[in-house]
Design a protein around this ligand. Structure first.
Ligand code: HEC
Ligand code: HEC
Length: 524
């Protein structure tokens, strides 16, 4: 990642971050804080060195790219042994490496094993718009659910061993996990991958986008962040924002209320914009939102989603719950004997965005946030509450059968990601906007994985998007080949879960690179 390693350059940053993390000052710095640290980057870019074969293999038909990447790493017992050999002491490792506790066949059983099953032992949070690994699958019709240990507001104190969180969205046979190791005070990240009976013949969208995905698992495999590093599922490309050698952190893009994209958001009026109204004037509505009503319509009032009752999800103060969990976890680590370290969240300014858009029809704060996100190769939270357009929202409210109307040919990934409106997809950065330059497209879609921070020796280190003042013919050919692969290929770039480049954007990028070819005419 292109972020600076400021801990060596700017000794004052950890102190500032520490001061901000007191309980009373629980909400973190805004974008400006992170932007200010950017100036301290002393990193020099280096030219790509490209030795080995660049050509992607022939495209295997309609495989799930994630399966291809993970199968290559390993599966089952052998893979579990590899993870457990690391000897981590966080709750995920101690539970899943313990044979007496690791017979898990459903999401509720995973929660039980992790001691997150009973409502009094856990907090939950739901987001209707994620900026994470699963961003493209998440919407108010298919939200992402977090289950984590209760914080200090709950019945028990959060302790080191109690920092544990799961994240799940329907559509993929994956559960993301994070937990704090009480021996090292390191946060460890894991991906649990499971299979269902449908894996035998090939799972349909319905198998993966209904409650079926949450039970009857036939098997599971566990991956630690270490094995995922040279795949597009790399956790630390986001969860270690200050680069190699710095600490991993938990993330949240909306640390301040109002928590617009979280399960309990119900819109707001002008009072959200700091009460500038003359006496007697009724505040106007600046945003409308329906919380988890759509989920309830799809699953029924007694339904379950992510192995949790919809009623429990609806009752949760989602934004506040997870924000408190992050602050408590961070304060625990800061109070431990670890040396000071940099910490910021790339915050999205919800209130400013809503209020500016209400007054001006546009939001300078949001625009600045988007530029900042693009620099980091990250998506930017949408400026509106709902990623579905009104028509789509109303269509879905009639029942989830409409999700599968197109028949069984569409993958779960396509069904879930196609719910997101074209306006939202372009604003967030899942697809480029017409006005984006080639350099912006390359940065926004590639730099998170292809910067000078990419681990030396890894495959992705062979392409560095920060060193493209000049490009050699082999790198040009590799880029050109990767960009033009079919959208479902495990080798297509950017990986489909990150974004998609339409033909006009591919041409724009390749023209830009061709102009920088070290040998004129050698980059066809
Ligand atoms: C593209 C950046 C990105 C990548 C890659 C990523 N995450 Fe996250 N993660 C986030 C963001 C942003 C959040 C905050 C909630 C949201 O937006 O959904 C988050 C939230 C989480 C949470 C909930 C606790 C918290 O930090 O808020 C867990 C658990 C988690 N991620 C695990 C993982 C694991 C495991 C991996 C790798 C398999 C991973 N993440 C990869 C961006 C990322
Ligand atoms: C989420 C992470 C991620 C993003 C975003 C991403 N890539 Fe990659 N890329 C990888 C990984 C991992 C590899 C190595 C595995 C492989 O070869 O598929 C790779 C490999 C490549 C290679 C082959 C390098 C070689 O010589 O073997 C090229 C070229 C490439 N990516 C170009 C791009 C371009 C261009 C973009 C943006 C439009 C992009 N990638 C976005 C993860 C990513």
């Amino acid at each position: 990642m292109n972020r600076p390693r400021c801990e060596t350059d700017d000794a004052s940053l950890p102190r500032k971050a520490r001061a901000r993390l007191g309980r009373e000052l629980a909400r973190w710095a805004a974008i400006a804080g992170l932007a200010a640290t950017l100036g301290c980057s002393g990193a020099t870019t280096r030219q790509n060195t490209v030795e080995s074969e660049h050509e992607p293999q022939a495209n295997p038909a309609a495989e799930v790219p994630e399966d291809v990447w993970l199968d290559r790493i390993g599966t089952g017992e052998q893979q579990l042994a590899r993870v457990c050999e690391r000897g981590a002491k966080d709750r995920v490792a101690t539970v899943l490496c313990d044979q007496s506790k690791n017979r898990i066949r459903s999401l509720p059983e995973l929660y039980r094993a992790l001691r997150l099953e009973q409502p009094e032992d856990r907090r939950v949070a739901v987001t209707t718009h994620s900026l994470s690994l699963s961003a493209k699958l998440v919407s108010s019709a298919n939200p992402r659910v977090f289950v984590f240990a209760p914080n200090t507001a709950g019945t028990r104190q959060l302790d080191h061993e109690g920092v544990v969180a799961t994240a799940f969205v329907r559509g993929e046979q994956l559960v993301e996990l994070a937990a704090l190791d009480p021996a090292t005070y390191e946060l460890n990240f894991y991906l649990l991958r499971f299979t269902q009976p449908c894996n035998e013949a090939g799972c349909t969208a319905e198998d993966l986008l209904t409650e079926r995905i949450e039970a009857s698992w036939t098997n599971w495999s566990l991956y630690s962040e270490h094995e995922l590093q040279d795949t597009p599922l790399d956790c630390i490309s986001c969860h270690r924002p200050f680069g190699a050698g710095s600490r991993k952190i938990l993330l949240m893009r909306q640390v301040n209320d109002p928590w617009m994209h979280w399960g309990d958001f119900r819109g707001g009026d002008e009072q959200m914009c700091a009460g500038t109204l003359p006496d007697g004037v009724k505040p106007q509505v600046i945003a409308t939102a329906t919380g988890l009503d759509l989920l309830r319509a799809l699953e029924g009032a007694k339904g379950r989603y992510a192995g949790v009752l919809v009623s429990e999800l609806q009752a949760a103060l989602s934004g506040e719950n997870i924000s408190d969990f992050l602050v408590d976890a961070e304060n625990l680590v800061r109070a431990s004997p670890v040396p000071p370290y940099p910490y910021e969240q790339l915050t999205f300014l919800t209130r400013e965005t809503l209020c500016e858009r209400f007054r001006l029809g546009t939001s300078p704060s949001w625009d600045a946030g988007r530029r900042e996100s693009v620099l980091h190769g990250l998506p930017q939270p949408f400026y509106g509450p709902d990623l579905l357009d009104a028509e789509q929202h109303a269509r879905l409210a009639r029942g989830r059968a409409v999700l599968f109307e197109a028949g069984s040919s569409n993958s779960a990934f396509d069904v879930a990601s196609s719910l997101i409106s074209a306006e939202a997809a372009a604003a967030v950065g899942f697809v480029p906007r017409e006005q984006d330059t080639a350099a912006e497209i390359l940065r926004g879609m590639c730099v998170r994985c292809h910067s000078h921070e990419a681990e030396p020796g890894s495959n992705r280190a062979r392409f560095n998007v920060e060193a493209l003042d000049r490009i050699d013919p082999a790198t040009f050919r590799a880029v050109s080949a990767r960009l033009t692969l079919p959208k479902t290929s495990p080798k297509v770039m950017p990986p489909r879960r990150v974004g998609e480049l339409p033909d006009w954007a591919i041409s724009r990028v390749l023209d830009h690179l061709r102009d920088r070819c070290v040998e004129p005419g050698a980059c066809p």
